[in-house]
Design a protein around this ligand. Structure first.
Ligand code: KIV
Length: 277
């Protein structure tokens, strides 16, 4: 069902006010034309640094730069008039100090016009989240499986399977909320842990592979459209665009080779000449 009020953009306080109420609908988005398609249906679009893998074919998100995020952030802002647009801070652009994070995050907001930024990390990023929010930059946190830590974690691993891991992840969630983030992404974590965190903090949790217990859900759009040949288990495919694109391209290639395309209706005609028949 489309969002009821299509006349203005959803605000940060409105997203925060979803806590414990209707689930927040979020998808990643990297381009203007898909932003236009999503805009009536989602509350929040994330220009995620997964664009490095999904659009640019990288193996991890570590090679994504601030300029890439700004380029795609601008494209999405051109297509999205209603949803709150959040842009990810890429690896290396915010970890060093709150001051550097502010410099880069303010650049992202000024150049793209987006409404908020997202950064990865729990307790270790709390000072930075506080510094940014106190200076006018709304922040979405991101804890659990944090892809920018893939080299330290040794792979993309589900978090919280072992109860001994819970305390640190819960502490991360509380630190992010207390520091002023207005929402937090919980990535790849077990249902009981996600449910406990959702009960314990006063900001919305947005799950990706973190169960229906969260206050909202996010997926990578290309995954739910069936464009990822090996999607993670937590993805539900709502379309199978990879197969559709391949059969369309196969049909086009056949038509070109057999000279069935272009046909008469695809060809420009000359203007009728004066005095001609
Ligand atoms: O970059 C991204 O797409 C994300 C989502 C997985 C939440 O951070």
């Amino acid at each position: 069902m489309p969002n009821p009020d299509q006349t203005r953009r959803i605000t940060v306080p409105e997203i925060r006010a979803h806590k414990g109420k209707t689930p927040i609908v979020c998808l990643t988005c990297y381009h203007a034309h898909t932003a236009r398609l999503l805009d009536r249906h989602v509350d929040l679009m994330l220009v995620g640094d997964t664009l490095g893998m999904v659009i640019h074919g990288m193996e991890t998100t570590l090679g994504v730069t601030l300029d890439m995020m700004i380029l795609h952030g601008k494209a999405v802002m051109r297509g999205a008039e209603h949803a709150l647009v959040v842009v990810d801070m890429p690896f290396g652009s915010y970890e060093e100090s709150p001051e550097i994070a502010f410099r880069n995050a303010s650049r992202v907001m000024q150049e793209t016009g987006c409404g908020a930024i997202k950064l990865e990390g729990g307790a270790r990023m709390a000072d930075t989240i506080r510094y940014l929010t106190l200076r006018g930059i709304p922040v979405v946190g991101h804890i659990g499986m944090t892809p920018q830590m893939v080299q330290v974690l040794g792979g993309f691993k589900t978090q919280g399977r072992d109860r001994a891991e819970w305390a640190a992840i819960e502490a991360d969630a509380k630190a992010v909320a207390e520091a002023g983030a207005f929402a937090v992404v919980l990535e790849a974590m077990t249902e009981p842990l996600a449910a406990k965190i959702t009960r314990e903090i006063n900001i919305p949790t947005i799950g990706i592979g973190a169960s229906p217990e969260c206050d909202g859900q996010i997926l990578v759009m290309e995954d739910m459209l069936g464009l990822n040949p090996a999607p993670p288990r937590f993805v539900r495919e709502y379309a199978h665009l990879a197969a559709e694109i391949e059969s369309a391209v196969e049909a086009y290639a056949g038509d070109v080779r057999k000279r069935r395309f272009p046909a008469t209706e695809n060809v420009y005609n000359m203007k009728k000449e004066a005095g001609g028949v």
